[in-house]
Design a protein around this ligand. Sequence first.
Ligand SMILES: [Fe+2]
Length: 305
Amino acid sequence: MTMQTEVADDMKMTTQTSQSLLWDHVDSRPVVADEEVADRNTIVQLDPDHPGFRDQEYRARRNQIAQLAMNYLPGDAIPDAPYTREEHQVWRTIWTALQPAHQRHACAEYLASLKRLSFAPDRIPQLREVNEKVQAISGFRLEPVAGLVQPRVFLENLANGVFLCTQYIRHHSTPLYTPEPDVVHEIIGHGVTLASERLAQLNRLFGEAVRRATQPEALEQLSRVYWFTIEFGVLHEDSQVKAYGTGLLSSAGELEEMQEAELRPLDLNAISHQQYDPTHYQPVLFCAESFEGMYQTLRDYLMSW
Ligand SMILES: [Fe+2]
C-alpha cells in the first residue's frame, strides 16, 4: 500500500481517470471503485493473479459481502456475513497454524487480549460478536467496509474508536496466503489488539494525530509510523523478540520470517522516513526495548503532533 508514499501520485491518477482509487490500510493494490458502475456486482475487482480470480462462486460471495458493507450505515446493527463451510475451514486451517506461532512469537499483551476474546477455532467470528467484547474493553468497534479505503479515512476513524474492517475471507485454495487484508487479518490482528486498552489508546492517538496533520507529507509520515508499529512492530520481552504488530500476528509465515528481519531500534523519526514494500515479508523491523517503552514512546510522539 503505499498508503504512505504515493498519495500525491495516486491522487493525480484519480483525477486523470475520474475514478476513485481506494487503498487498503495494509495492501498496496489500488482497486477501482467507479461510482457509475451500473452493476454493483462488479464492485469487487480482483487482479488476474488473485487466487480467487477464476472462481465465480467466490467472486459472487465477495460481492455479496461487499454489498453488506455498502448498505451499512454507522450505528446500524452490523450484519452477519454469510460464510460457507469451506470458508470456516479456511479459518480453522489458519487458526491451527497460528496457535503455536503465537505462543512462540507473540508479546504478552497480545496473548492476554487473545485469551479475553476466546475465539472458537472452527468458525469465523462475526464482527458483531467481536464488537461485544472489544467495545466493553476499550470502547473500540469494528465497522464493515466493502474493501479498500483512503488512508486518511481509515486513520481518522480511529480517533472515534472506529476500526474500518473488511469481512471477506481469503480464497480457500491458499489458506495461508492472501494478497490483501481479509477478515483474518482484521480480527486476529486488529480485533485482538483493540482488546488491549493500551494498544487501543495508541490507535486512537494515531487517529487524532492524523486529524491534526493536514499536509500530505505529514499523513505519509504517520502512515509509515503506523505501519512499522501497529502493523509490524516488535519488542524485546524475556530476552526474545516478540511481535505486537497486527500484520505479523495474523500470519504464521510473517511470524516465522520476522526472525530473519534486520532489527533496528525504535526510532520514530527514522521510521517516519522509512520506505517499505507491503507485498513481501518485511526485511527491516523496528524493535522496542519493552512493551512499556514502546507504549510511552509512541504515545508521546503521537501527542506531540
Ligand atoms: Fe492492518
